[in-house]
Write a protein that binds this ligand. Structure first.
Ligand SMILES: [Zn+2]
Length: 298
């Protein structure tokens, strides 16, 4: 199950909750395995440097033996052929040699994840819709698309107060302007919606706000869609979840948390957001606000 959408939409916590069910393994943002995992050496969700994680070492060995692709080369393939603007042609066009090479790498990777972890469902929260498009061409897998959406004003507010990830405390803080965040929000959502046609009967849209209001129901509906049993899941009560340790790549710093977590809506933007950013987000996103059931007044 591939989670697509724009950043700050709740994908990390959803991914971590999925990982806490039996027969499910969440990869985090598998798209960034090569750059953030292998080249920069960020930490796996289990807390050790990615290259030292026993689980991922086993997966990479099962996928590639001693023929691990050069991470810099895979990143170059991503830059050339797996761009967001290529999404639709990756789903229904003729694949270039580079896209085919990339697909072959990810096919080996996905099959190795299933083999090593024993999971029936792999959850990949890469968000980039072009990665989802390619899954529809992958032999031996049944792909599902989860489109996550959040009120664009909340998303803007989150980007404006973004904290650097713990392993990057001396680096620059990732911040998006209200215009940039909302333009990306519009583009990602439009492209992801169009892509749902490549996942007949195997796609769902989840609003962050609906997830936060009833997380157990939201997650278990999605497990039902994918045909994975949700009995004896990690929910202690409807809003408290016992997170297992995970092996996720990239994503929000909250991925390092485990144990009992209360899921509650982060709606700080309602009281904290200044008028200017709120007006910018509302005006730009206006055509889609109604579509997703968000209020259209500023
Ligand atoms: Zn790990």
């Amino acid at each position: 199950m591939y989670i697509a959408g724009w950043g700050r939409s709740g994908t990390t916590i959803v991914d971590n909750i999925f990982n806490s069910y039996d027969n499910v393994f969440s990869t985090g943002e598998l798209f960034y395995l090569w750059h953030r995992g292998l080249m920069i050496g960020r930490k796996c969700g289990c807390g050790v440097k990615f290259a030292n994680c026993v689980t991922w070492r086993s997966i990479l060995a099962a996928a590639f033996g001693d023929q691990l692709p050069d991470p810099a080369h895979v990143v170059e393939l991503q830059k050339q052929t797996i761009r967001v603007r290529h999404t639709q042609s990756l789903a229904d066009g003729v694949l270039s040699a580079e896209a085919q090479e990339y697909l072959d790498i990810y096919t080996k990777l996905y099959h190795a994840i299933a083999e090593v972890t024993g999971a029936k469902l792999i959850v990949d929260s890469s968000k980039v819709p072009s990665g989802a498009a390619l899954l529809t061409r992958m032999p031996g897998t049944v792909p599902y698309l989860l489109h996550m959406v959040r009120d664009p004003r909340a998303v803007t507010h989150s980007w404006m107060r973004a904290a650097p990830p713990p392993e990057k405390r001396n680096g620059s803080t990732i911040v998006q302007s209200p215009t940039s965040s909302t333009v990306h929000w519009l583009a990602r959502n439009a492209i992801t919606e169009r892509l749902t046609r490549a996942f007949p009967g195997r796609h769902a849209r989840l609003r962050y706000e609906d997830f936060a209001a009833d997380p157990q129901a939201a997650i278990e509906d999605l497990l039902d869609l994918a045909g994975v049993a949700s009995a004896d899941g990690p929910f202690v009560d409807a809003n408290t979840v016992r997170l297992k340790p995970n092996h996720t790549i990239a994503g929000n710093p909250s991925r390092f948390r485990n144990g009992d977590i209360a899921v509650e809506a982060d709606d700080r933007w309602v009281t904290e957001q200044r008028f200017g950013p709120r007006l910018t987000s509302t005006a730009l996103a206006w055509p889609f606000l109604h579509r997703y059931g968000y209020r259209t007044r500023v």
